[in-house]
Write a protein that binds this ligand. Structure first.
Ligand SMILES: [Zn+2]
Length: 137
């Protein structure tokens, strides 16, 4: 079998994968876009980040601010942070949030929901069916 044909076969196999699986396999942890104003930081693509993560704004913001160790608030489409922050620092926080509260531990897909049971939180995966307790850090 020559290489060209092999690629063609891969393409064909890929086409057979249902749309929602293709979508989630292309999931990328979102990165911040920042605007610094008077020594404070605005995450200008906050709404898009929330949309990609598919999580509750308040849940994300609460944990994000706590781990960033600062105060802030949602202002329209943006998230305001008190203080000046570097992109890579905030990206790391989003990465940590995503790994803990979005990606399934078993199949690594983002098709999950947070379920609360008393004081415990569980991550229920709609892709593989796993349900794992969330270990908050
Ligand atoms: Zn899963």
């Amino acid at each position: 079998m020559d290489l060209y044909k092999y690629d063609e076969l891969l393409d064909k196999a890929y086409e057979k994968i249902p749309e929602n699986v293709k979508k989630s396999s292309r999931f990328e942890i979102p990165k911040v876009e920042l605007r610094i104003e008077s020594r404070n930081t605005f995450i200008t693509n906050f709404n898009r980040i929330i949309g990609t993560l598919n999580r509750d704004k308040k849940h994300f913001t609460g944990i994000f601010l706590k781990t960033a160790g600062t105060m802030g608030e949602i202002r329209g489409q943006q998230l305001f942070l008190k203080g000046q922050y570097k992109e890579q620092v905030l990206n790391r926080l989003i990465e940590n949030y995503t790994k803990t509260y979005v990606l399934c531990n078993i199949c690594n897909k983002p098709d999950t929901q947070i379920q609360r049971e008393g004081k415990k939180l569980f991550l229920k995966c709609t892709a593989c069916g796993a349900r794992e307790e969330i270990k908050e850090k």
